[in-house]
Design a protein around this ligand. Sequence first.
Ligand code: FAD
Length: 428
Amino acid sequence: MAHIVIMGAGIGGMPAAYEMRERLPKEHKITVVSAVDYFQFVPSNPWVAVGWRKREDIVLPIAPLLERKGIGFIGRPVTAIDPVANRLTVEGGEALAYDYLVIITGPKLAFSEVPGAGPASSGGGGHTHSVCTVSHAEEFWRDYEGFLKELGPVVIGAMPGASCFGPAYEFAFILDADLRRRKLRHKVPITFVTSEPYIGHLGLGGVGDSKSLLESEFRGHDIKWIINAKTTKVEAGRLFATEMSDRGEPVKEHEVPFKLSMMLPAFKGVDAVAAVPQLCNPRGFVLIDEHQRSKTYRNIFSAGVCVAIPPVEVTPVPTGAPKTGYMIETMVSAIVHNIADELAGKPVTAKATWNAICLADMGDTGAAFVALPQIPPRNVNWFKKGKWVHLAKIAFEKYFLRKMKAGSSEPAFEKYVLKAVGIARLVK
Ligand SMILES: Cc1cc2nc3c(=O)[nH]c(=O)nc-3n(C[C@H](O)[C@H](O)[C@H](O)COP(=O)(O)OP(=O)(O)OC[C@H]3O[C@@H](n4cnc5c(N)ncnc54)[C@H](O)[C@@H]3O)c2cc1C
């Protein structure tokens, strides 16, 4: 009998637990250890921030869902990993031995890299908000309710070193839509401040026509922008950014006034993972081979935001490559196949396609992209806007939450529908 421990119960961790349970023979034990005892559907956080969703709409208690499937659950963070003894320590001192460890711990939000930035509740300076967690989104919503009575300029964007740009665009359009519905948009100048070298780069070197389309949408929605922005500090009501040239030289200093701000931070790996010798790169992301396996420890696998992926290209202000939801699920499937094969005495062969499908809501319309694979050059490089994306995103939220409640990772119809359009999780 083997004991497989999965660290993290987010967008990658929950499907990993379900898929592992479906594929592995019953004699093998599976335990999930996660920092908190609830699952949150992260892509809906921007809606929570403007009051379009409540916490209870997008959060599920984990223990009953996993226990019903015969999967153990510990709702406390891992504080240390001993990869030589194959043991980890959970907050409170409990030790847990494993045969295989699957790390899917998402990001550590590096607010401290820009003085003054980030919610004070997460160790930040308190001058900018985030929508990275449901609690951060709720904090924004509380401030937004006050802001609606006393309006002013808004700054939205992404910090130097950020990799997750899609939600910053989404949030700018969602806030714009919410203010228009309230007939208050004309009193709120919005500036988008981003480390990307151009609008629509998305940490991906662009996807299809994302540059022209998003620039045009920003113009149409009266959102000003600053690109190649190295945000250096944030004070109460003032964001300071140095705009860099394409050659990486400073060209202009900006002092952008705001009443309310949401800036996505750069990501790092979480402390317990980053502290393991030889496991990670200097930013604490897990170094993996083509089978999602640690390059140093052969019984450690990793997926999701916490794995190391090189940036798609060098940019004047550092940017990273995003790890999107479907891409993460492809990594998870590869891990499950590989552990199952190894337990059956077969060699590890599964490789994730890292295909990316992304739906970005824009309030009443939306933009979708398909990047196959996510890292260029690509076989499919497609970016389109339409009202159907807004509706598809709502449907996707309901579908994913239902999938988590039902305890299945890839229902047959999802597999066959995506297969019909040429999108698969594993490399053939
Ligand atoms: C606001 C936002 C919106 C997004 N929207 C989309 C979208 O629309 N479409 C899309 O494709 N992608 C989207 N993404 C990108 C990506 O899909 C998400 O970031 C996704 O949540 C990443 O999944 P993950 O499993 O890697 O990490 P997470 O979902 O963040 O899960 C990490 C898990 O690890 C746990 N954990 C952390 N530290 C420890 C520890 N020490 N011990 C044990 N457990 C720990 C956490 O509690 C959590 O359960 C979005 C990202 C953000 C931030």
